[in-house]
Structures are given as C-alpha cells and as structure tokens.
Design a protein around this ligand. Sequence first.
Ligand SMILES: Cc1ncc(COP(=O)(O)O)c(C=O)c1O
Length: 398
Amino acid sequence: MTHADAMAAPSSLDHCPLMPNYGAPSILLVEGSGTEVWDNTGKRYLDFVGGLAVQSLGHANPEVAEAITVQANKLVQVSNLWATEHAAPVAMTIDRHLGGGGQVFFCNSGAEANEFAFKLARKWAGHGRFGVVTTFGSFHGRTLAALAACGQPDKHEPFAPMPEGFSHVARDDADALAVALTDSTAAIHLEPVQGEGGVWPSSLAFMAAARALADERDLLFMVDEVQTGLCRTGEWFAYQHYDVQPDVVCLAKALGNGFPIAAVWAKREVAACLEAGDHGSTFGGNPLATAAARKVLEIMERDDIVGRARSLGNQLAGALAELPHAESVRGMGGMLAVELDGPIAKAVATRAATSGLLVNPITPTALRLTPPLTTSADEVEEAMALLGDVLDTTEVPA
Ligand SMILES: Cc1ncc(COP(=O)(O)O)c(C=O)c1O
C-alpha cells in the first residue's frame, strides 16, 4: 500500500509503509510552482513554509529544473576520486560571498555539514581540544553529534547517552559563554538566528563577544547558516548583519533549492589542517547537485534575491503585526515569526491549511513564515487576508 492509499483510507494507516517519525501528515502535495502548491485533490495552497526555508527561488523553478535535467542526461555521479565540472565554480561563488580566502567541502544535508564542522574543529585544535559550545534552543540536525550540539535537552533524552564534548549556554549570555569555554574547547558554534528554536536573532553584542572570545582563547568561531544562509535574512549570510567574520560557515537548505546539497566553508588556514582521507562523502558535491547549486547561485546574484528578501520581509512583518492575536513579530528578512497571545499556533496552522495557506507552528504560541523569497506582493496580501480570517475566528482557550 502506498502512503497516498494509506492516507485515503485512514483505517489502514497501520499499513503505511513510511516510519512514524514525521507523525501522520494530512496533506499529500503533488505539484508546485513558485509559492503555490497543489495537493492530490487539486486543491491550491500558498506555501509560506517553503520547504522549511529551502525553496528560496520557488517550487519547480524552471531554470533550476532545466539545469538538473540537462546535467541528469550528462553525468550524475562519479565519486570524489575525480574532479567534476561545477564543484569548483560553486565553491568559488560561495567563497566570494563569504569574504574570500576560504575553501569549501560539499556534502548532502545540514546535519552532515555540522558533523564535518565538528570534525574540522577537532582536527584544527589538536588532540585534547574537542569541545563545542552552542546555545540553548539551538538546532543543528538529527545525527548523533549534531543532535548533541542542539541546545534542546528534550530531544537528547530518548537517545541518551549523547556523544561527549558538547555544552550549551543561554543565547545572548556572553558571560555564560566565557565561563563555558575550557581548556578542552575547540569551537563556538552559533546560529545567528535560531530557526527551529523559534526564530530568535542573536544580539549584536553576543555575536561580537563570541568572536572576541574565540580570538582570545584561540578557538574557532563557527556559524550554522543552514537555514539563514543564502539570502534568507536579507543578507547573503545572516552573520553579515553583525560586524563579525566567522572562521567556519555551514550552509545547506537553499543551496540546491530543494535538490540535496550542503557545504562547509572554512578559512584556508583552518582547512589546511586536513589531509587526504580525513573526511569524505560518496554523494557530496556530485555533478547533479552542484549543477543545481550553480544555477541557484547564478539566479540569486542576477535577480537580487537579497533585495527581494528584504522587501518581502518588510511587507510581511508589517502585515503580521496587524493580524488579530499578534503580540509581536521577530526575525530578519524572509525568516519571520509572529508571536500570538495564546497557545493557538497549531490550531491556526491547521485551519489556515484548510483555507489554503501553509504556515509552520514553530512553538505553541508562534507561527514561523519562511516563504519563497520570490513571493509576490499580491501573494503576501492574499496570504495575510487568509491568515487574518482564520485568526479572527480563533479563540484563545481559557
Ligand atoms: C540551523 C540548522 N542546522 C541544521 C539543520 C539540519 O539540516 P538537515 O535537516 O538538512 O540535516 C537545520 C534544519 O532545519 C537547521 O535549521
């Protein structure tokens, strides 16, 4: 039985062939174009989740689809024993947007990018220095080390014990960060804006303190830009809102506009600690994924997607603040959350979907919005009218 069949016949859900780790999705999406998606009944939705900040250039972007199709007919994968056509140009573009002077490693997902960053920090720091300090509320992925790095103890508990070497401090608490750094620490690893934790931008002072402490104690200052990177926040990378330069940057989500590809950038002097054989990935940086990424980066530069993220964010933040039940709006560019006046986020997201709008209840009281950065002003208006109607008829439980 297929997932679709199982969903069409709820009494048969026991026979669904997919594991239950994602719960039981109630909508089966089959097609997309820009900010619109359609389900298997032909119902249209405006997608303000955007594949969780992945679909920055919109669903089924025709130029990215064409680049993938051409490359799929040419060369898909040959292992990393040989060089291929697009990896170096993609690495050069990433390096240019990160200030230059670095090198890039390609892999396939955000968690994998973070895993490699942790290995890189250990190799760079030398034996005896292996610790990584992150913030409470942070999210870095689901593999074991990435999970240990997440500052969300409830996610650790079912899989304990966690790999050693990870500790956490309160976001924006520079004093706690200073205390948490020990002789065995190799790196500080921060999301400039916590995404899965609820869309919480770091303060300017905290990011500056992290950089300064890393310099003082001879540690790496690493940023997890898996969600925030590549135009999402209205800069190419979110750390660029802060007056700091990281040593290592992890990126993923938007790089392939949905085609799996991730990357780790490091300053050349950091990457220099690696020797052949230290790390690898069978699929990492394959010709198909890098063809997609090359086209994505070309479009982002050509169409000023950074500028579009800013104007989209301004319009969206203004509209969200006016909604019924809205208490505050936070975030940057096209990565926003609206805090509501009660624990209604889940019910609102479910009712919004019924009305044809997809939004993400990131906490019991907040909705996260990460639409494609190409979303038009008319689509924002339509989405906010839908959400306004839903909120207008939702009551906060007593
Ligand atoms: C900041 C951050 N890091 C890492 C990850 C994990 O990425 P992936 O699901 O591709 O492993 C995510 C995913 O949401 C993320 O937001």
